[in-house]
Write a protein that binds this ligand. Structure first.
Ligand code: MLT
Length: 409
């Protein structure tokens, strides 16, 4: 008799974005003429820049000839991409990495979800609340939590509330924790962490022998020169942190798929007998066993992001999205809403009007303005009373969405 993994039965409602999609489809079925504008899931709308398309086309041509065909590549990724990443994203910021510390993958969603597999079941996991749902759900699936309470919080997870009162930046928890998920620039709140804040976390992790899982998928949207892009800009962070990066939002790769994870050689965790163990070989082993590498075409495309033209062209698109963010911020502020984020991040986090839960506000906006956002409660209990909008729509749609909101709410 086949038995299921009962941890899956502990999961709350369906995964957030399919659930939103389900509600939007139901609305469309009843209102087929409604022109819906999505500021919901953070999916890109601008075409890939020419430098990337040209590189992909060349790679596709190579795949069309027996002499230049690429079959399985190295599971960890091609050196040409890893070298470009190290040179442009790290050495330029004073961080030295070895080729074997960077693992190319097909997405940060998979990497942030899978990484917990290499850590023991009995680790205490600390997660910001609200957070990207993958951090919590992947630990529930793995059996590292108890059941959820009526607020949707799982037993054994240490939730670190992020609210307007703490500027959406949590303090290290008072109790001992082993694995800490941090995401800056933050999804969903748009908050960013200064060097001082990250240094506090690195200190905490070093003292507690904990590991920080640092999701930096939105670093390309940082506009303030004083905000660190990598946790490794902090002294000794390599001893305690794994960093996740993605080309999805940086260069419009949501449909192409390419990301990477940095697991430094200095990073150690402990076996049950107290022996220190290097984490890098464990991730390497897991990666090689369960993953056959990101496609050659995607990796060539990602490498083109780092060429002179690639950098200029991707920067133009990021600027366009950040202009959208400014439009949303200013328009909602004029309407009297309290809006956070959207300055160093493509996400805006607004307080819902009095008397509206975040799902009430979702339904109201959908019905009255035909605009889709993401209810804050979908990111965790402390997201209740907030609503997330993304800056990834087309500029004309953003303006139209703001006009409709002004007319309707
Ligand atoms: C989001 O909207 O939070 C992201 O696009 C989801 C993702 O990157 O998986």
């Amino acid at each position: 008799m086949a038995k299921i993994n009962e941890n899956f039965l502990k999961l709350q409602a369906g995964y957030l974005f399919p659930e939103i999609n389900r509600r939007v489809c139901a609305f469309k079925a009843k209102n087929p003429d409604a022109k819906i504008i999505s500021l919901g899931i953070g999916d890109v709308t601008q075409p890939l820049p020419p430098a990337i398309i040209e590189a992909m086309q060349r790679a596709v041509d190579e795949m069309a000839a027996a002499d230049t065909l690429h079959g399985y590549g190295p599971e960890q990724g091609y050196d040409f991409l890893i070298e470009a990443i190290i040179e442009n994203d790290y050495i330029s910021r004073g961080v030295d990495l070895d080729l074997s510390e960077v693992f190319i993958s097909d997405g940060s969603k998979c990497d942030t979800g899978n990484i917990q597999e290499i850590f023991g079941q009995d680790n205490i996991v600390a997660i910001t609340d609200p957070s990207y749902p993958v951090y919590v759900d992947s630990n529930v699936m793995a059996g590292r939590t108890g059941s959820a309470n009526k607020n949707g919080q799982y037993d054994k997870i240490v939730y670190m509330p992020c609210t307007a009162e703490n500027n959406f930046i949590p303090e290290p928890p008072p109790m001992s924790v082993d694995i800490i998920y941090l995401c800056f620039p933050n999804n969903p709140t748009g908050a960013v962490a200064t060097k001082e804040i990250l240094a506090k976390w690195v200190d905490f992790a070093r003292t507690s022998k904990a590991i920080i899982l640092f999701d930096a998928a939105y670093e390309a949207f940082i506009t303030d020169p004083d905000i660190p892009h990598s946790i490794y800009e902090i002294d000794r962070a390599k001893e305690v942190a794994i960093e996740f990066r993605s080309f999805s939002k940086t260069a419009g790769f949501t449909g192409i798929r390419c990301a990477f994870t940095v697991v430094p050689k200095e990073l150690g965790a402990y076996a049950s007998d107290g022996r220190a163990v290097e984490v890098n070989p464990l991730w390497n082993r897991r990666h090689c066993t369960k993953f056959n590498g990101t496609s050659y075409v995607s990796q060539v495309a990602a490498t083109a992001v780092y060429t002179g033209e690639g950098k200029k062209q991707t920067k133009r698109i990021i600027d366009l999205y950040m202009n959208n963010a400014a439009t949303i911020r200013e328009s909602l502020a004029k309407l009297g809403y309290r809006v956070y984020g959207g300055v160093n991040a493509p996400y805006l986090w607004m307080k819902t009007p009095d008397g509206f839960t975040s799902w009430d506000f979702f339904d109201t906006l959908l019905q009255r303005a035909n605009v889709v956002g993401t209810p804050g409660a979908g990111f965790g209990p402390s997201g209740e009373g907030y609503f997330r909008l993304t800056a990834f729509a087309r500029p004309t749609d953003v303006k139209e969405a703001m006009q409709r909101i002004a007319r309707s709410v």
